[in-house]
Design a protein around this ligand. Structure first.
Ligand code: 1HN
Length: 356
C-alpha cells in the first residue's frame, strides 16, 4: 500500500485490475484509486517558487523590440512562465504574470476581456494605458487596473522603451470557462475619453462626486500613482508600527467597499525597513512580487532568492516564507489571489514560528 497524506491506495489485486479495465469504456473510474492523489492534508501547489531576475531578462525583452512590432504581437509580452508549469501560460497555479514592452511611438490597440488585469510599471515614464479612452500616464511604481470587460489600450508617446509587469487571473478564468474577448472596432483605438487623472481626482482623494452611486465589482479608481502610495508608507514609518511578518503592508482598495481593487486580483505595497527580518508567513494565497526599491532576500522553504529592484518572484500557496532586508529600506509590490479565496471562505494563514 502506498501511504500519502491521509488516504491510502488499496491494493490492486488481479481481480480489481480486471474490473478497472472493464469499466473504463463506460467512462467511470473507482474513486478509491484516486483519493490519495486528489485529497491532501494540506495544500500542495503545482507551481514551485521561482525568481525572474530583471537583469537577466531585460536584454531579451529589449530584443523583442526588433523582433516583432506591438501591432503584430497585439501585446508584446514575455510570459513569466513557471518552469513547473511549462507550456501552461502561468506563473503560478492561479495567476499569470508577464513583462510587457512598448517602444517609442507604438500603440497596442483597444480590446477588452473577461480576465482582470493589473499593470505595475517597472521601467520608463513615457507610456500610458487608456481605460475607456481615459489615459493613465505611467510612471515607475504606478499601479494601473484594467478590470474585467473594460476597454483598454496602451501607447508610448516618449523616446524611451517602457516596461511593466502584467498580472492577470488567466488560470482561474480558464478553469471556470468564462473567457470572453472583444477587439475594438476590428483593431482600432477607443476615442479619447475623460482627461488624464480624472478617475484619481473623482474617487482617489478619499472623496467622491455627490450622489455618486457605486456599481460593479471593481474599484472606480484605476490608477494608483506611486507618489501617493509611497508617501503613505513613508509617513507610516513614523508610527513605528511594524508588522513582524509584513513590515508596513498596505492593500490597494476599492474606495466604495474597502474590498480588494478587483474581484479576482488583490494588490499590495509594503515597506520593510533596512536590516529587518520578517517572521515566517504561510497562507493559502499565491503571491507574486515585484521589487521596487532596495535589496534583500526571501526564503521560501528550501529556496533562497536574492533580489533587487525590478526582480519578480512567486511564492506559491502554503509555503512558509520570510524576507531579509539589506542595508536600505525596501519597497515591494505584490499581487495575490487572497481576495478571491476570501470571497469563497477558503483563505487561511499562519504567522510566526510554527512547525512547517
Ligand atoms: C492582455 O490583453 C494584456 O491588454 C497583457 O495589455 C497581458 C496576457 C494574457 C492575455 C491577455 C494587455 C495579457 C493579455
Amino acid at each position: 500500500m502506498v501511504k500519502r497524506g491521509l488516504h491510502t491506495r488499496p491494493a490492486v489485486t488481479p481481480e480489481r485490475k480486471k474490473f478497472y479495465e472493464k469499466v473504463d469504456p463506460l467512462a467511470v473510474a473507482p474513486l478509491w484509486e484516486r483519493l490519495h492523489t486528489i485529497m491532501s492534508k494540506e495544500p500542495r501547489m503545482r507551481a514551485a517558487p521561482h525568481i525572474w531576475k530583471y537583469d537577466q531578462i531585460r536584454p531579451s525583452l529589449m530584443e523583442t523590440g526588433n523582433l516583432i512590432t506591438a501591432a503584430e504581437a497585439e501585446r508584446r509580452v514575455l510570459i513569466l512562465e513557471n518552469p513547473s508549469l511549462k507550456g501552461e501560460t502561468a506563473a503560478a497555479d492561479s495567476l499569470f504574470a508577464g513583462l510587457q514592452l512598448i517602444m517609442p511611438g507604438e500603440v497596442a490597440t483597444t480590446h477588452r476581456h473577461s480576465p482582470s488585469a493589473l499593470r505595475f510599471i517597472v521601467e520608463g515614464n513615457s507610456a500610458y494605458t487608456a481605460i475607456n479612452g481615459e489615459k493613465a500616464p505611467m510612471k515607475v511604481g504606478d499601479l494601473i487596473l484594467t478590470p474585467s470587460m473594460v476597454w483598454h489600450d496602451h501607447g508610448n508617446i516618449g523616446g524611451e522603451p517602457v516596461v511593466w509587469l502584467d498580472g492577470l487571473d488567466i488560470p482561474l478564468i480558464r478553469s471556470l470557462g468564462t473567457m470572453f474577448t472583444d477587439v475594438y472596432d476590428g483593431g482600432g483605438t477607443h476615442p479619447e475619453g475623460r482627461p488624464p487623472y480624472d478617475n484619481v481626482a473623482r474617487f482617489g482623494a478619499n472623496m467622491r462626486p455627490m450622489n455618486y452611486e457605486a456599481e460593479g465589482l471593481h474599484s472606480p479608481v484605476f490608477h494608483y500613482p506611486y507618489v501617493n502610495s509611497k508617501k503613505a508608507l513613508l509617513e507610516l514609518q513614523k508610527a513605528d508600527d511594524i508588522d513582524p511578518c509584513h513590515g508596513i503592508k498596505l492593500q490597494y482598495i476599492n474606495p466604495n467597499t474597502g474590498a480588494p481593487v478587483m474581484a479576482t486580483l488583490d494588490c499590495y505595497l509594503q515597506l520593510i525597513p533596512k536590516k529587518f527580518q520578517t517572521l515566517d508567513y504561510q497562507s493559502t494565497g499565491t503571491w507574486i512580487y515585484s521589487v521596487v526599491e532596495g535589496t534583500g532576500k526571501t526564503i521560501i522553504g528550501e529556496n533562497t532568492f536574492e533580489w533587487g529592484p525590478r526582480d519578480n518572484f512567486v511564492v506559491p500557496g502554503w509555503l512558509p516564507h520570510h524576507h531579509v532586508v539589506g542595508s536600505d529600506d525596501t519597497i515591494l509590490f505584490s499581487f495575490s489571489d487572497k481576495g478571491t479565496q476570501e470571497k469563497l471562505g477558503l483563505y487561511r494563514e499562519r504567522r510566526g514560528n510554527f512547525e512547517s
